[in-house]
Design a protein around this ligand. Structure first.
Ligand code: GDP
Ligand code: IMO
Ligand code: MG
Length: 425
């Protein structure tokens, strides 16, 4: 298999974890390159369910897994994830970039105070990336250093004014916080020391040696900091391009860019969602798809497949192929439609609005879709090695319609959460 970048082509939760687990079997190394504990990637196999927030979804295949430089890490949460994975009888093979930034409790406290209007996951993502950009944050290499305690103390001095001004702490609380966090984070540093490496070098050497590297994106293209539905986005890049910056993918070396889309659309948190369903139709789709956040448990907003937005995501992320998930869920609901255009004041537009209030106002133009065939699990499994054309007509024509509209092929169809519930064309 070629080196592959897997990215979400919607607003996250497209099923990246499941697809990375499927593709990891034929890969030598799996690399997360962006985001942090805001991600929740579900892998289900042989009766076990894992919700990975940090660890790449290749973990079940015992492949070398990497947290690259673009990731932001809460050591406490990562430690818990490693422990619970190990306790379930698995052995993590993990390397962490020395350059990855560290999430501190104060980042989470700021996020809890300020992230409400975006509906963030509260994991401290925005404050960590913003202090990284302000050049006042610490990296993993700082907390594993021999003088970690003094580096942590100095970094906390740099954010003192922010924390007091924002009323996160008063003077006494700040002092107590510094003492506790300095000790706690220096201890995490000691624990993580053996995991830390120059991960981009590992990726480069692996690719050079002809090994197959799989890059696992977090979030979705429409949550990208630059090109997503700003300000209702996450705080890093979620495009395939981020695998080069944050994961060690090498520019110029041919790579496959696989976008993941659900057969419909979901979104968690605030922000424009032109094809959003409300009322009973929303409840039916949410329940059919068990659409509750893997990280926060929040009910996901649900809606029709938005091909206009998907085509935009494909273009800006450079997606060459799509994997479509949850076709089995779409088969459980009535009134399936896809959005093929946006109108503003009655006129079709030919761009994806960059302005969130404008996107809130667009009127989606729909094409009705015949009901999707509802197959049993056994019937689905019998389609495993079939070509698209041999699928039930309602499914092959849905796929064909989407491919014609977005101008990239759907090369994988997922019809259930388990690894074997996947058809590769
Ligand atoms: P990610 O963040 O992109 O990895 O996606 P999540 O794990 O947050 O959400 C996707 C959800 O859909 C998870 O509960 C998966 O187990 C589930 N899932 C993935 N693919 C399929 C599929 O084809 N059919 C069904 N029914 N569930 C799926
Ligand atoms: P995976 O990798 C869905 C959303 C949040 C919020 C916005 C900003 O599982 O697809 P943040 O905590 O990042 O500052 O929140 O982005 N969000 C996600 N939505 N799936 C995710 O990750 C998300 N990560 C962030 O709900 O609207
Ligand atoms: Mg998720």
């Amino acid at each position: 298999m070629k080196n592959t970048i897997v990215v979400g082509a919607q607003w996250g939760d497209e099923g990246k974890g499941k697809l990375v687990d499927v593709l990891a079997e034929q890969s030598d190394m799996v690399v997360r390159f962006n985001g942090g504990g805001n991600a929740g990637h579900t892998v289900m196999h042989a009766g076990e369910t894992f919700k990975f927030h940090y660890m790449p979804s290749g973990m079940l295949h015992n492949k070398l897994c990497i947290l690259g430089t673009g990731v932001v890490i809460n050591p406490k949460d990562l430690l818990e994830e490693i422990k619970s994975f190990s306790e379930s009888g698995h052995k993590p093979r993990l390397k962490i970039s020395a350059r990855a930034h560290v999430i501190f409790p104060h980042h989470q406290l700021i996020d809890a105070k300020e992230g409400g209007k975006i509906g963030t996951t509260g994991r401290g993502i925005g404050p960590t990336y913003s202090q990284k950009a302000s050049r006042i944050n610490l990296r993993i290499l700082d907390i594993i250093a021999d003088d970690a305690e003094s580096r942590i103390k100095n970094a906390l001095k740099d954010v003192k004014d922010i924390l007091i001004y924002d009323e996160i702490f008063n003077e006494d609380e700040y002092k107590a916080y510094c003492t506790a966090v300095t000790i706690e984070y220096a201890q995490y540093g000691q624990y993580f020391k053996p995991f830390v490496a120059d991960t981009e070098d590992l990726v480069r050497l692996a690719a050079r040696a002809g090994n197959t590297v799989l890059f696992e994106g977090a979030q979705g293209t429409l949550l990208d900091l630059n090109y997503g539905t700003y300000p209702f986005v996450t705080s890093c890049s979620t495009l395939a391009a981020a695998a080069f910056v944050g994961g060690g993918a090498i520019p110029g070396v041919p790579i496959r860019i696989l976008g993941i889309t659900k057969a419909y659309t979901t979104r968690v948190g605030e922000g424009p969602f032109p094809t959003e369903l409300v009322g009973e139709a929303a409840t039916n789709l949410r329940e059919a798809g068990h659409e509750y956040g893997a990280t926060t448990g929040r009910p996901r907003r649900v809606g029709h497949l938005d091909l206009y937005a998907l085509r935009y995501a494909i273009r800006i992320s450079g997606i060459q192929e799509l994997a479509m998930t949850k076709i089995d869920t779409l088969a459980l609901v009535d009134g399936v439609k896809v959005c093929t255009a946006y109108k503003i004041e009655g006129k079709e537009i030919d761009y994806f609005p960059a302005d969130a209030p404008t996107l809130e106002q667009v009127e989606p133009v729909y094409t009705d879709v015949p009901p999707i065939a509802n197959l049993t699990r056994e019937e689905w499994l019998q389609l495993k090695d079939k070509a698209q054309i041999d699928l039930p007509e309602s499914i092959s024509s849905y796929i064909k319609f989407i491919e014609d509209f977005v101008e990239v092929p759907i090369s994988i169809l997922s019809h259930g959460p388990e690894r074997n519930e996947t058809i590769v064309f």
